[in-house]
Design a protein. Structure first.
Length: 282
């Protein structure tokens, strides 16, 4: 067994057999020492190198899965009581893995509101990452959140929707826009410009995840102001026009019991929501 094979075993399989084999080699070089001192020294060096290499990888801790990272973010004590009340309608345990968020990423949350989604993302990217929470103007709830728990990687960004990315921001790994595309629709905002700006700010392979309250099929944007809902197909058409490709659609916020003909703010049931993950082609 050579060093390359030891490293391959370390990367791909459990290591107890490799440890035993290396130990046997380390102990068996005594007979070679007498007959061929130079050769035995080489064998002994190789055997001990194998032993330390395999032992080192055997003790390397396993990396948490996306689902485990999501649970850690959800359980964080800095989340508010209101955050936890909202979890049942947002399903963060499914949402976070779906976005692909990971430690070290640079993420933009468009229309951050009080910071529910932004907080989860800031916890997910960790101290080596950065979360930009965009709002057109400061808001009391987000300001209080950061005053109560200052977080260097959680950065509020007060910019217009048409140009939500600071000019000095690095290329982004992920952009989210949760439950607010429909609100942007009935405001004097150039959505095509917004989507193009987001597209330009993302790295190749970067993702744009949109969640919103479903309107009945075929209604377009006609109920965006009255029912605070939007037709999924409108969002797909507008975002793909900017160059994005629809990569995946999550069903973890679907609710067939929602008739989609009452306001999303009614509160009597969890609304049916579409979850769309777009990607900027590499």
């Amino acid at each position: 067994m050579d060093r390359e094979n030891v490293y391959r075993q370390c990367a791909g399989r459990p290591t107890p057999d490799g440890l035993a084999h290396a130990a046997r080699m380390a102990g068996s070089t005594g007979s070679l020492m007498t007959a061929t001192p130079v050769l035995s020294s080489a064998f002994r060096g190789l055997a001990f190198a194998m032993l330390f290499a395999v032992a080192g990888c055997a003790t390397k801790p396993a990396q948490p899965t996306p689902e485990q990272r999501a649970q850690a973010a959800i359980a964080s004590p800095i989340r508010t009581d209101q955050d936890r009340r909202m979890d049942s309608s947002r399903n963060p345990a499914a949402f976070l893995p779906f976005t692909g968020v990971a430690p070290g990423m640079v993420v933009l949350d468009v229309s951050a509101g009080a910071g529910y989604t932004s907080q989860l993302l800031a916890l997910s990217v960790g101290p080596d990452g950065k979360l930009l929470a965009q709002r057109p103007a400061p808001g009391d709830a987000l300001t209080k959140r950061l005053a109560d728990h200052p977080q260097p990687n959680f950065i509020p960004v007060y910019r217009p929707f048409e140009d939500p990315i600071p000019p000095d921001a690095p290329k982004l790994d992920l952009v989210t826009l949760v439950n607010n595309y429909h609100d942007i629709v009935y405001q004097p905002i150039d959505r095509a410009k917004m989507n193009q700006r987001i597209y330009a700010a993302l790295k190749p392979g970067g993702r744009f995840v949109i969640v919103d309250h479903s309107a009945q099929a075929g209604t377009g944007i006609s109920v965006a102001r009255t029912l605070h809902r939007i037709d999924r197909d409108v969002v797909v058409a507008e975002v793909t026009q900017a160059g994005f490709v629809l990569e995946a659609e999550g069903r973890f916020l679907r609710n067939p019991a929602d008739t989609r003909d009452v306001s999303s703010g009614d509160g009597r049931i969890n609304t049916d929501k579409f979850v769309l993950r777009f990607v900027k082609p590499a």
